[in-house]
Design a binder for this molecule. Structure first.
Ligand code: MN
Length: 193
């Protein structure tokens, strides 16, 4: 069965002062749609037919990996944000962040600095690397921590197409506003024991 565009869990005009409806029209409606359409084209008639998106990301390479991973990464990213600002961080996750980064503020600074400093097009991740172990990692292009055996918890898209319509070249402002819109309940739901 072909992959289809996942629905957003909020209205496209719900983020006043952050991402505009126009950004969602392009980023979700065009960029993500194209990654999904291309994945479907490349999968059709291949050994990957019938496999899950995660399976494809874990086992493919080249153009299929690029498109399938971008499809996965974007759905994940759109789930990482909430129209609500400063969502309360669930206690278990907050404790883990404090354990691994000394304080929530120190984590925020490090995550945002990594995203601002991620050269070119890519993604900045908070991932789980073991029991009670969290790490920040930058990937380029379609990269995803799953292929290195890690569990993605949170990601920010720092490809220019994610923010250019609203922020032009001001990536630092986009990252700061992204951080205030994180859906910490989604992030916590990705934790593994
Ligand atoms: Mn994107």
């Amino acid at each position: 069965m072909a992959f289809t565009l996942p629905a957003l869990k909020y209205a496209k005009n719900a983020f006043s002062g952050f991402l505009s409806e126009n950004t969602f029209n392009f980023h979700h409606g065009k960029h993500l749609q194209t990654y999904i359409d291309t994945t479907n084209k490349l999968v059709a008639g291949s050994d990957y037919e019938g496999k899950s998106l995660v399976d494809i990301v874990m086992t493919s390479s080249g153009p299929l990996f690029n498109n399938a991973a971008q499809a996965f990464n974007h759905e994940f990213y759109f789930n990482c944000i909430s129209p609500e600002t400063n969502v309360q961080v669930p206690e278990k996750l907050l404790k883990l962040i404090e354990l691994n980064f000394e304080s929530f503020e120190a984590f925020k600074e490090k995550f945002c600095a990594s995203a601002v400093g991620n050269f070119g097009s890519g993604w900045t991740w908070l991932m789980q690397t073991g029991t009670n172990k969290l790490k920040i990692m930058n990937t380029s292009n379609a990269g995803n921590p799953m292929v290195d055996g890690f569990t993605p918890l949170l990601t920010v898209d720092v490809w220019e197409h994610a923010y250019y319509l609203d922020y032009q070249n001001r990536r630092a402002d986009y990252v700061k506003d992204f951080f205030n819109h994180i859906d910490w309940n989604f992030v916590a739901s990705n934790l593994k024991d």
